[in-house]
Design a protein around this ligand. Structure first.
Ligand SMILES: [Fe+2]
Length: 200
């Protein structure tokens, strides 16, 4: 990930609480900003896992679950076209579109070391947890003939300890993200497998 300290701690306007892009506009933004299908899939996978966690583990209602989903869906929106300004560009775009400040803060805090914004609430902490792990688990699926079918947590744990496998995935970030929540890594891995396996 590029290293762009945002040097900001407040994002969006509290008056915009509850405002999200329509599903149509969010998808259009994705199509325009993210031509790379693999990156789009990554963003959709993180979105699906975020939404599932919100509903299953925090008892979120529908509008709250949509917030989690949208933060996941858009968190890397500027990565492909503005790698040196990731995630400043998407943050400013969402501020311009009057989007809920919690969604914007969540995106801003998905890499604390890189962007200089600490995860505060559960949504922030979980996007940080899921981002690298989701990509890692997908990389693990791609090398299996049956993909996600029959994939088990143990094999993922083993690959995490193999530094040469998906070497670009930062094990330090995963450890740091996990240290901020109470759920064990094994449980998170199972959750990611279950909730991103069918995302197209
Ligand atoms: Fe990501």
């Amino acid at each position: 990930m590029a290293n762009l300290q945002l040097n900001r701690s407040v994002f969006g306007d509290p008056a915009n609480a509850g405002n999200l892009l329509s599903d149509e506009d969010a998808l259009q933004l994705l199509q325009e900003w993210v031509p790379n299908d693999r990156l789009q899939l990554h963003m959709k996978q993180v979105a699906a896992v975020m939404k599932a966690w919100a509903i299953q583990r925090t008892g979120a209602d529908e509008p709250t679950a949509r917030k989690w989903y949208q933060a996941g869906l858009l968190h890397d929106a500027d990565w492909e076209k503005y790698p040196n300004d990731h995630c400043r560009v998407i943050i400013e775009e969402l501020e311009r579109r009057n989007i809920d400040p919690e969604v914007i803060h969540c995106i801003a805090s998905h890499g604390p070391k890189y962007f200089g914004v600490e995860p505060e609430n559960t949504m922030d902490k979980m996007i940080y947890v899921f981002d690298e792990l989701s990509g890692f688990i997908h990389a693990s699926a791609l090398i299996r003939p049956a993909r996600y079918d029959g994939m088990d947590v143990k094999s993922v744990m083993k690959k995490l300890k193999t530094a040469s496998f998906a070497a670009q995935v930062s094990r330090d970030d995963i450890t740091d993200a996990l240290s901020r929540i109470d759920t064990p890594l094994e449980e998170i891995i199972q959750f990611v497998i279950d909730n991103q396996k069918d995302v197209q």
